[in-house]
Design a protein around this ligand. Sequence first.
Ligand code: IPE
Ligand code: IPE
Ligand code: MG
Length: 252
Amino acid sequence: MAIFSSSTKEIPQEIATVPRHIAVIMDGNGRWAKKRMMPRIFGHKRGVEALRETVRACDALGVGYLTVFAFSNENWRRPQDEVSFLMGLFLKVLSGEITRMHDNNIRLKIIGNREHFSPELIALIDAAEVKTAENTGLTLSIAADYGGRWDVMHATHCLLADHPELSTTFAEEDLTPYLAMAYAPEPDLFIRTGGEQRISNFLLWQLAYTELYFSDMLWPDFDRHALAAAIDWYHGRERRFGRISEQLQSSC
Ligand code: IPE
Ligand code: IPE
Ligand code: MG
């Protein structure tokens, strides 16, 4: 597995013009539908189309990793019929898209707690990951029943199960290989649509030095132009990783 430098322990070697990794909270599906006097589920269906376009656009731009938040640990608290619809939609989209993703050289990863999914969905996730494991194009990670705190706790339990001798002390580097996104560099750019300015328990660890972009656009309206606007904004950021501006200028 590739080892990526961490933004807190080491300064990343190079800051790519095109973000290497974009993380997205796809928010606003329900409000999009409500504005059109439609049930919330229509927003979720249209949200899949926005995701399809975003995947295509990231692939075309040469973004290496796209990670999207599809269902949080806390989303089980929603009305039962919406939760069932979302689970069904996940199953349908996964089974319907996997061949196309594979043909487009996309590597698919699903991160999060799988324990509460149906056996059918778990089998499909496993099969999709195995089928696309060797693909070398965009890595699309879908966070489903994911939470940043779950991730850190789960990683800690796994580390200590593998290395009980570390129970009294362990370092950041011992833990990070057990985190859900150990296979990817930390996100350069985070995008949240829907107007809320919060992280909602997404990649708490991994977003330590990510540039955070918030948009009022509702997720079903997101498209390649909106993605380009976010990347343009990212280009204007100065990524200091704890240093001061003058240090960046003198190292050029
Ligand atoms: C995000 O859209 C999708 C999921 C959480 C599954 P929402 O469903 O949260 O839409 P709003 O925020 O209610 O508009
Ligand atoms: C965050 O959206 C989770 C996903 C997009 C999957 P929510 O709409 O659930 O977030 P909160 O609860 O408003 O913070
Ligand atoms: Mg929401």
